[in-house]
Design a protein around this ligand. Structure first.
Ligand SMILES: CC(=O)N[C@H]1[C@@H](O[C@@H]2[C@H](O)[C@H](O)[C@@H](O)[C@H](O)[C@H]2O)O[C@H](CO)[C@@H](O)[C@@H]1O
Ligand SMILES: [Zn+2]
Length: 295
Protein backbone atom coordinates (compact mmCIF):
# COMPACT_ATOMS: atom_id res chain seq x y z
CA UNK A 1 0.00 0.00 0.00
CA UNK A 2 1.57 3.29 -1.16
CA UNK A 3 2.21 5.75 1.63
CA UNK A 4 2.93 9.45 1.50
CA UNK A 5 6.55 9.71 0.44
CA UNK A 6 9.02 12.44 1.28
CA UNK A 7 9.02 13.26 -2.42
CA UNK A 8 5.35 14.30 -2.33
CA UNK A 9 4.57 17.97 -1.67
CA UNK A 10 3.21 18.73 1.77
CA UNK A 11 -0.11 19.94 0.37
CA UNK A 12 -2.03 17.74 -2.12
CA UNK A 13 -5.27 18.67 -3.89
CA UNK A 14 -7.24 16.27 -6.10
CA UNK A 15 -10.06 17.33 -8.41
CA UNK A 16 -12.53 15.00 -10.15
CA UNK A 17 -14.13 16.55 -13.24
CA UNK A 18 -16.37 15.08 -15.96
CA UNK A 19 -15.09 16.51 -19.27
CA UNK A 20 -12.09 18.36 -20.63
CA UNK A 21 -12.77 22.08 -19.99
CA UNK A 22 -14.71 21.59 -16.75
CA UNK A 23 -11.44 21.93 -14.85
CA UNK A 24 -10.99 25.51 -16.10
CA UNK A 25 -14.42 27.09 -15.82
CA UNK A 26 -15.14 26.02 -12.23
CA UNK A 27 -11.70 25.55 -10.70
CA UNK A 28 -9.02 26.90 -13.06
CA UNK A 29 -7.88 29.78 -10.90
CA UNK A 30 -7.88 27.60 -7.78
CA UNK A 31 -5.72 25.00 -9.52
CA UNK A 32 -3.27 27.61 -10.84
CA UNK A 33 -3.00 29.26 -7.43
CA UNK A 34 -2.24 26.07 -5.53
CA UNK A 35 0.28 24.94 -8.14
CA UNK A 36 2.00 28.33 -7.82
CA UNK A 37 2.01 27.92 -4.04
CA UNK A 38 3.80 24.56 -4.32
CA UNK A 39 0.91 22.15 -3.77
CA UNK A 40 0.52 18.97 -5.77
CA UNK A 41 -2.61 19.38 -7.92
CA UNK A 42 -3.94 16.16 -9.41
CA UNK A 43 -6.71 16.48 -12.00
CA UNK A 44 -8.86 13.45 -12.81
CA UNK A 45 -11.05 13.79 -15.92
CA UNK A 46 -13.66 11.06 -16.36
CA UNK A 47 -14.38 11.24 -20.12
CA UNK A 48 -12.79 12.63 -23.29
CA UNK A 49 -15.80 14.84 -24.14
CA UNK A 50 -16.56 12.96 -27.37
CA UNK A 51 -20.18 14.22 -27.59
CA UNK A 52 -19.37 17.91 -27.29
CA UNK A 53 -20.15 20.74 -29.65
CA UNK A 54 -17.44 22.05 -31.93
CA UNK A 55 -17.04 25.84 -32.11
CA UNK A 56 -14.01 25.65 -34.45
CA UNK A 57 -15.44 25.40 -37.99
CA UNK A 58 -12.35 23.71 -39.43
CA UNK A 59 -12.77 20.87 -36.91
CA UNK A 60 -16.52 20.42 -37.40
CA UNK A 61 -16.15 17.02 -39.06
CA UNK A 62 -14.56 15.58 -35.93
CA UNK A 63 -18.00 15.49 -34.31
CA UNK A 64 -19.38 12.23 -32.95
CA UNK A 65 -21.85 11.81 -35.82
CA UNK A 66 -19.09 12.18 -38.43
CA UNK A 67 -15.42 11.23 -37.79
CA UNK A 68 -16.06 10.82 -34.03
CA UNK A 69 -12.58 12.17 -33.28
CA UNK A 70 -13.51 15.06 -30.97
CA UNK A 71 -12.46 13.06 -27.92
CA UNK A 72 -8.92 12.73 -29.20
CA UNK A 73 -8.78 16.41 -30.03
CA UNK A 74 -10.00 17.38 -26.56
CA UNK A 75 -7.17 15.34 -25.05
CA UNK A 76 -4.80 17.81 -26.73
CA UNK A 77 -6.93 20.79 -25.63
CA UNK A 78 -6.78 19.49 -22.07
CA UNK A 79 -3.01 19.04 -22.17
CA UNK A 80 -2.65 22.64 -23.36
CA UNK A 81 -5.04 23.89 -20.69
CA UNK A 82 -3.16 22.04 -17.96
CA UNK A 83 0.10 23.54 -19.23
CA UNK A 84 -1.44 27.02 -19.03
CA UNK A 85 -2.52 26.38 -15.43
CA UNK A 86 0.81 24.80 -14.48
CA UNK A 87 -0.88 21.47 -13.71
CA UNK A 88 1.47 18.57 -14.44
CA UNK A 89 -0.44 15.68 -12.87
CA UNK A 90 -3.47 14.81 -15.01
CA UNK A 91 -5.18 11.41 -15.26
CA UNK A 92 -8.15 10.11 -17.23
CA UNK A 93 -10.28 7.89 -15.01
CA UNK A 94 -9.41 4.30 -15.97
CA UNK A 95 -7.07 5.61 -18.68
CA UNK A 96 -7.85 7.72 -21.76
CA UNK A 97 -10.98 6.41 -23.49
CA UNK A 98 -12.21 4.11 -20.71
CA UNK A 99 -15.44 6.08 -20.25
CA UNK A 100 -17.29 7.95 -23.00
CA UNK A 101 -19.01 11.31 -22.75
CA UNK A 102 -22.71 10.50 -22.17
CA UNK A 103 -24.13 13.59 -23.83
CA UNK A 104 -26.77 15.80 -22.23
CA UNK A 105 -29.37 14.19 -19.93
CA UNK A 106 -32.05 12.21 -21.75
CA UNK A 107 -30.22 11.79 -25.06
CA UNK A 108 -29.77 8.39 -26.71
CA UNK A 109 -26.03 8.79 -26.18
CA UNK A 110 -26.67 8.24 -22.45
CA UNK A 111 -27.19 4.56 -23.38
CA UNK A 112 -23.90 4.07 -25.21
CA UNK A 113 -22.31 0.93 -23.65
CA UNK A 114 -19.20 2.91 -22.66
CA UNK A 115 -21.12 6.03 -21.58
CA UNK A 116 -19.89 7.21 -18.19
CA UNK A 117 -23.56 7.41 -17.15
CA UNK A 118 -23.71 3.61 -17.60
CA UNK A 119 -20.52 2.99 -15.63
CA UNK A 120 -20.55 0.50 -12.78
CA UNK A 121 -20.20 2.87 -9.83
CA UNK A 122 -18.13 0.55 -7.65
CA UNK A 123 -15.73 -0.24 -10.49
CA UNK A 124 -15.30 3.42 -11.44
CA UNK A 125 -14.91 4.42 -7.78
CA UNK A 126 -12.16 1.85 -7.33
CA UNK A 127 -10.32 3.31 -10.34
CA UNK A 128 -10.56 6.70 -8.64
CA UNK A 129 -9.49 5.12 -5.35
CA UNK A 130 -6.25 3.88 -6.99
CA UNK A 131 -5.31 7.49 -7.76
CA UNK A 132 -6.38 8.62 -4.29
CA UNK A 133 -4.25 5.87 -2.70
CA UNK A 134 -1.18 7.08 -4.65
CA UNK A 135 -1.74 10.82 -4.22
CA UNK A 136 -3.34 10.81 -0.74
CA UNK A 137 -4.91 14.24 -1.22
CA UNK A 138 -5.80 16.15 1.93
CA UNK A 139 -8.37 18.14 -0.10
CA UNK A 140 -10.79 16.79 -2.72
CA UNK A 141 -12.93 18.92 -5.06
CA UNK A 142 -15.82 17.63 -7.16
CA UNK A 143 -19.43 18.61 -7.94
CA UNK A 144 -22.55 18.49 -5.79
CA UNK A 145 -25.04 15.64 -6.21
CA UNK A 146 -26.69 17.45 -9.15
CA UNK A 147 -23.34 17.68 -10.90
CA UNK A 148 -23.62 21.47 -10.51
CA UNK A 149 -26.02 21.76 -13.45
CA UNK A 150 -27.47 18.31 -14.00
CA UNK A 151 -25.27 16.84 -16.75
CA UNK A 152 -25.20 13.02 -16.34
CA UNK A 153 -21.41 12.85 -16.47
CA UNK A 154 -21.15 15.52 -13.79
CA UNK A 155 -23.61 13.65 -11.57
CA UNK A 156 -21.63 10.45 -12.13
CA UNK A 157 -18.32 12.21 -11.43
CA UNK A 158 -19.78 13.35 -8.10
CA UNK A 159 -20.93 9.82 -7.26
CA UNK A 160 -17.59 8.24 -8.23
CA UNK A 161 -15.50 10.79 -6.35
CA UNK A 162 -17.61 10.59 -3.20
CA UNK A 163 -17.66 6.76 -3.24
CA UNK A 164 -13.88 6.69 -3.78
CA UNK A 165 -13.47 9.04 -0.81
CA UNK A 166 -15.64 6.72 1.26
CA UNK A 167 -13.52 3.69 0.28
CA UNK A 168 -10.33 5.64 0.99
CA UNK A 169 -11.67 6.62 4.40
CA UNK A 170 -12.26 2.96 5.17
CA UNK A 171 -8.62 2.27 4.28
CA UNK A 172 -7.40 5.12 6.45
CA UNK A 173 -6.35 7.68 3.86
CA UNK A 174 -9.49 9.55 2.86
CA UNK A 175 -9.32 13.27 2.08
CA UNK A 176 -9.57 15.38 5.24
CA UNK A 177 -11.68 18.04 3.50
CA UNK A 178 -14.13 17.66 0.59
CA UNK A 179 -15.54 20.62 -1.33
CA UNK A 180 -18.16 20.89 -4.08
CA UNK A 181 -18.03 23.62 -6.73
CA UNK A 182 -20.67 26.29 -6.14
CA UNK A 183 -21.78 29.79 -7.07
CA UNK A 184 -23.24 32.35 -4.63
CA UNK A 185 -26.61 33.78 -5.62
CA UNK A 186 -25.23 37.29 -5.15
CA UNK A 187 -22.66 36.65 -7.89
CA UNK A 188 -25.31 35.20 -10.19
CA UNK A 189 -27.59 38.19 -9.56
CA UNK A 190 -24.67 40.49 -10.35
CA UNK A 191 -24.06 38.51 -13.54
CA UNK A 192 -27.67 38.91 -14.69
CA UNK A 193 -27.35 42.69 -14.34
CA UNK A 194 -23.89 42.81 -15.93
CA UNK A 195 -24.90 40.75 -18.96
CA UNK A 196 -27.92 42.84 -19.94
CA UNK A 197 -27.06 44.23 -23.37
CA UNK A 198 -24.28 41.74 -24.11
CA UNK A 199 -24.64 39.84 -27.42
CA UNK A 200 -23.84 36.44 -26.00
CA UNK A 201 -25.90 36.85 -22.82
CA UNK A 202 -26.08 33.49 -21.02
CA UNK A 203 -28.85 34.86 -18.81
CA UNK A 204 -30.98 36.20 -21.68
CA UNK A 205 -33.97 33.98 -20.80
CA UNK A 206 -33.46 34.10 -17.04
CA UNK A 207 -36.01 36.16 -15.11
CA UNK A 208 -34.57 35.28 -11.73
CA UNK A 209 -31.64 33.30 -10.35
CA UNK A 210 -34.29 30.96 -8.92
CA UNK A 211 -34.74 29.77 -12.53
CA UNK A 212 -31.15 28.47 -12.65
CA UNK A 213 -30.24 24.83 -11.81
CA UNK A 214 -27.38 26.07 -9.64
CA UNK A 215 -26.59 28.74 -7.06
CA UNK A 216 -26.46 28.84 -3.26
CA UNK A 217 -27.47 31.51 -0.77
CA UNK A 218 -24.25 33.33 0.14
CA UNK A 219 -24.36 32.01 3.71
CA UNK A 220 -24.30 28.40 2.42
CA UNK A 221 -21.02 29.01 0.58
CA UNK A 222 -18.06 27.77 2.65
CA UNK A 223 -15.04 29.01 0.74
CA UNK A 224 -14.11 31.81 -1.63
CA UNK A 225 -10.75 31.13 -3.27
CA UNK A 226 -9.15 34.31 -4.59
CA UNK A 227 -7.16 33.36 -7.66
CA UNK A 228 -7.28 36.80 -9.25
CA UNK A 229 -3.51 36.72 -9.62
CA UNK A 230 -3.99 33.70 -11.89
CA UNK A 231 -6.96 34.80 -13.97
CA UNK A 232 -4.76 35.30 -17.05
CA UNK A 233 -3.64 31.68 -16.77
CA UNK A 234 -7.32 30.73 -16.47
CA UNK A 235 -8.19 32.69 -19.62
CA UNK A 236 -5.26 31.07 -21.47
CA UNK A 237 -6.53 27.65 -20.38
CA UNK A 238 -10.04 28.56 -21.58
CA UNK A 239 -8.57 29.50 -24.96
CA UNK A 240 -6.98 26.03 -25.11
CA UNK A 241 -10.51 24.57 -25.04
CA UNK A 242 -11.45 26.34 -28.29
CA UNK A 243 -13.90 23.66 -29.46
CA UNK A 244 -15.97 24.24 -26.29
CA UNK A 245 -15.45 27.92 -25.52
CA UNK A 246 -15.86 30.03 -28.68
CA UNK A 247 -14.01 33.34 -29.07
CA UNK A 248 -17.31 35.23 -28.66
CA UNK A 249 -18.19 33.37 -25.45
CA UNK A 250 -19.71 35.42 -22.62
CA UNK A 251 -16.89 34.06 -20.51
CA UNK A 252 -14.45 36.28 -22.37
CA UNK A 253 -16.85 39.17 -22.02
CA UNK A 254 -16.65 38.79 -18.25
CA UNK A 255 -12.87 38.46 -18.37
CA UNK A 256 -12.68 41.65 -20.43
CA UNK A 257 -15.16 43.69 -18.43
CA UNK A 258 -14.42 42.43 -14.94
CA UNK A 259 -10.93 40.92 -15.15
CA UNK A 260 -9.95 38.77 -12.23
CA UNK A 261 -12.77 40.10 -10.05
CA UNK A 262 -15.15 37.49 -11.49
CA UNK A 263 -13.06 35.01 -13.49
CA UNK A 264 -10.35 34.68 -10.86
CA UNK A 265 -12.58 33.98 -7.86
CA UNK A 266 -14.07 30.54 -7.32
CA UNK A 267 -16.52 29.32 -4.71
CA UNK A 268 -17.18 26.06 -2.90
CA UNK A 269 -19.43 24.43 -0.36
CA UNK A 270 -17.82 22.07 2.14
CA UNK A 271 -19.21 18.59 2.78
CA UNK A 272 -16.43 17.05 4.86
CA UNK A 273 -13.88 18.45 7.29
CA UNK A 274 -13.56 21.48 9.53
CA UNK A 275 -12.96 24.87 7.98
CA UNK A 276 -10.08 26.98 9.19
CA UNK A 277 -10.07 30.73 9.47
CA UNK A 278 -13.15 32.40 7.98
CA UNK A 279 -13.83 36.05 7.29
CA UNK A 280 -16.27 38.55 5.82
CA UNK A 281 -20.03 38.95 6.21
CA UNK A 282 -20.73 35.37 5.13
CA UNK A 283 -17.79 33.81 6.99
CA UNK A 284 -16.04 32.38 3.94
CA UNK A 285 -12.80 30.46 4.17
CA UNK A 286 -10.05 31.70 1.84
CA UNK A 287 -7.68 28.70 1.89
CA UNK A 288 -8.97 25.17 1.24
CA UNK A 289 -5.97 23.76 3.11
CA UNK A 290 -6.59 25.80 6.27
CA UNK A 291 -6.97 23.61 9.34
CA UNK A 292 -5.60 20.55 7.48
CA UNK A 293 -3.56 18.39 9.87
CA UNK A 294 -2.99 15.30 7.71
CA UNK A 295 0.69 15.06 6.68
C1 LIG B 1 -19.37 22.59 -19.40
C2 LIG B 1 -19.78 21.19 -19.82
O1 LIG B 1 -20.03 20.33 -19.00
N1 LIG B 1 -19.87 21.00 -21.15
C3 LIG B 1 -20.30 19.69 -21.66
C4 LIG B 1 -21.70 19.80 -22.22
O2 LIG B 1 -21.66 20.79 -23.23
C5 LIG B 1 -22.97 21.32 -23.52
C6 LIG B 1 -23.56 20.60 -24.73
O3 LIG B 1 -22.66 20.64 -25.79
C7 LIG B 1 -24.89 21.26 -25.12
O4 LIG B 1 -25.34 20.60 -26.29
C8 LIG B 1 -24.73 22.74 -25.39
O5 LIG B 1 -25.99 23.29 -25.68
C9 LIG B 1 -24.16 23.44 -24.15
O6 LIG B 1 -23.95 24.80 -24.42
C10 LIG B 1 -22.80 22.81 -23.78
O7 LIG B 1 -22.30 23.40 -22.55
O8 LIG B 1 -22.13 18.52 -22.75
C11 LIG B 1 -21.27 17.98 -23.75
C12 LIG B 1 -21.88 16.67 -24.19
O9 LIG B 1 -21.98 15.79 -23.07
C13 LIG B 1 -19.84 17.81 -23.20
O10 LIG B 1 -18.98 17.31 -24.20
C14 LIG B 1 -19.34 19.18 -22.73
O11 LIG B 1 -18.02 19.05 -22.17
ZN1 LIG C 1 -18.69 18.97 -18.18
Amino acid sequence: MARVTNAQPARRLMLVHAHPDDEVTGTGATMARYVAEGAQVTLVTCTLGEEGEIHVPSLAQLEAKQADQLGGWRVVELERACAALGVSDHRFLGGAGRYRDSGMMGLETNNHPRAFWQADLEEAARLCLEIMREVRPQVLITYDDNGFYGHPDHIQAHRVAMRAAELAEAEGFGPEKIYWTAMPLSVLEGGIEAFKGMDDNPFADVESVADLPFGHPDDEIAARVDGTDYYEQKVAAMRAHATQIPDNSWLYGIAGDFGGEFMGVEYFTIVKGERGEVSGPHKWESDLFSNVVTP
